[in-house]
Design a protein around this ligand. Structure first.
Ligand SMILES: Cc1ncc(COP(=O)(O)O)c(C=O)c1O
Length: 480
């Protein structure tokens, strides 16, 4: 099998300033390599430079490189085969803090887990499940396949769009297994291999992976420190004429920005001019935490051109695995066709549960927002007192703070913090093109005590990294 060879010069570039880190050099090198492999910046199956080549390129001792490679082999990230050299791999169980995916089943007890921007379930899910079970018998007499989604759920979703000023028929709704599945299906329906798809940078990494898996080329447009850079977006759309654009305009993940109405209108015009289909992910739109009224949905500026993606993962619970698409009428058949080879519909019981929860959303969501605002404020004040050199904006909604560190040490911090009981994802994982090493995303989904304790441990890790001191010992108060 042909292996992709990673020249020593490329690898040293990817490693960045790893040698400034604390701890034995071989261990730091192994940690950095592990993170690059787990993050997908070095793809599994790549052939690494030989020990001698890397030793020369890094200017370290041969023992450092040999020990780092040995540690990677022992942990399953490297395989050495005669004739093939050292080839990267992903172990069967990737530690969640280093992994590309959230990995249920991996035990994070006793750790402060800042890797996942998804809260636990709202109260009332069990009651909704019991009620839905009461509606189930009528469905048991049918095959239970609903490739477009249960009519009762599609009606609820369509009514919610109409309430927001976007007239929608139930026939325009396609229920999926979450927003990520909706994005995958929409991209498959709209694009062909090699097409360009515009995204923001930073943005939600799994969605970028989903786009790339279809063979599309991602054109990532950097967010500016003040949100979206409209002139840059317009120029990029003009120059690259992307086939599709995947955008998160409501409390963008990870920056938390909310796109103003005027910018939505400008962008919708630019997309329409270049015949770019906008796929707008509204996964976070229900999480306005300061009572701010939201601008009209992006699709209201081009109802027949824009595909909207929605989900209950953040508003109610990710474990329901229910999302959807609002699709222009002319595209419904094409999207359903693209879906048919992926799955044949979402589970009936969960769809009934979500229909019930949507009916009660005006009573459930205010409590959700209050609780998340409390957590956001707890995280912001803990960071302000424990890590005063970190800069962040307190967003009006969403689920995370996007923190800028004074130095580009994000990936190093992930490794050091892990040894100190704090699981992080480095900012670079949110960049489709790499970079963003000075950033860390911190979700505010843990409870306030855990957030405060986690930030203390994070501050100790950061201090040990930047001053070379020993990390503080873990306290007993860990999250359950
Ligand atoms: C913007 C965005 N889209 C999609 C997802 C995944 O959502 P779901 O659980 O509905 O697949 C997330 C989760 O973090 C997200 O932030």
């Amino acid at each position: 099998m042909q292996r992709q060879y990673l020249p020593a010069s490329t690898l040293t570039g990817l490693l960045g300033s790893w040698a400034d880190d604390s701890g034995p050099a071989y261990r730091v090198l192994a940690d950095r390599l592990r993170l690059l492999i787990a993050d997908g910046r070095i793809i599994p199956g790549s052939r690494l430079p030989s020990e001698r080549e890397l030793t020369e390129a890094l200017g370290v001792s041969r023992t450092t490189v040999a020990s780092a490679y040995r540690e990677l082999r022992d942990s399953g990230y490297l395989m050495s085969r005669r004739g093939s050299g050292s080839v990267t791999a992903l172990p069967s169980k990737v530690a969640p803090e280093l992994g590309r995916h959230h990995a249920p089943g991996i035990d994070t007890d006793g750790l402060y887990d800042f890797t996942c921007a998804a809260p636990s379930a709202v109260p009332g899910i069990s009651t909704a499940v019991a009620e839905a079970a009461g509606d189930l018998p009528v469905h048991l007499a049918t095959p239970g396949y609903h490739p477009q989604g249960l009519p009762v759920l599609r009606s609820e979703i369509a009514a919610a769009y109409a309430e927001r000023g976007l007239p929608t028929t139930p026939d325009q709704i396609i229920v999926t297994a979450g927003a990520l599945a909706a994005t995958s299906i929409a991209i498959r329906a709209i694009t062909q291999f090699g097409d360009r798809v515009l995204t923001e940078s930073p943005t939600h990494p799994n969605s970028v992976d989903a786009i790339r898996r279809t063979g599309c080329r991602v054109v990532a447009v950097p967010m500016s420190p003040g949100g979206w850079d409209l002139p840059l977006l317009e120029a990029t759309i003009r120059q690259t004429a992307p086939r599709a654009a995947w955008m998160v305009v409501d409390f963008q993940n990870p920056t938390g920005w909310l796109m103003p109405a005027a910018d939505r209108q400008r962008l919708a015009i630019a997309f329409a001019r270049s015949r770019t289909t906008a796929i707008v992910d509204e996964t976070l739109f229900e999480l306005s935490l300061d009572g701010q009224e939201l601008p009209p949905p992006f699709a209201s500026y081009d109802p027949d051109g824009v595909i909207t993606v929605g989900s209950v993962s953040k508003s109610f619970w990710g474990g329901l695995r229910i999302g959807w698409m609002r699709v222009p009428e002319a595209l419904v058949a094409r999207v359903l066709d693209a879906r048919a080879s992926m799955d044949l519909g979402a589970p009936v019981l969960e769809q009934l549960v979500v229909a019930g929860l949507l009916r009660q959303r005006s009573t459930i969501l205010p409590e959700r927002r209050l609780e998340l605002a409390r957590r956001r404020d707890a995280l912001a004040s803990a960071l302000a007192s424990e890590l005063p050199s970190w800069r962040f904006r307190v967003p009006g909604g969403g689920l995370s703070l996007w923190c800028e560190l004074p130095e580009p040490v994000g990936s190093s911090l992930v490794g050091v913090a892990q040894r100190n009981g704090v699981l992080l994802v480095s900012g670079s994982r949110f960049s489709p093109d790499g970079g963003l090493e000075s950033f860390i995303r911190l979700p505010f989904t843990l409870d306030p005590d855990a957030l405060r304790d986690g930030v203390s441990q994070l501050a100790a890790s950061y201090a040990s990294l930047t001053t070379g001191g020993a990390p503080a010992r873990r306290t007993a108060a860990m999250i359950a």
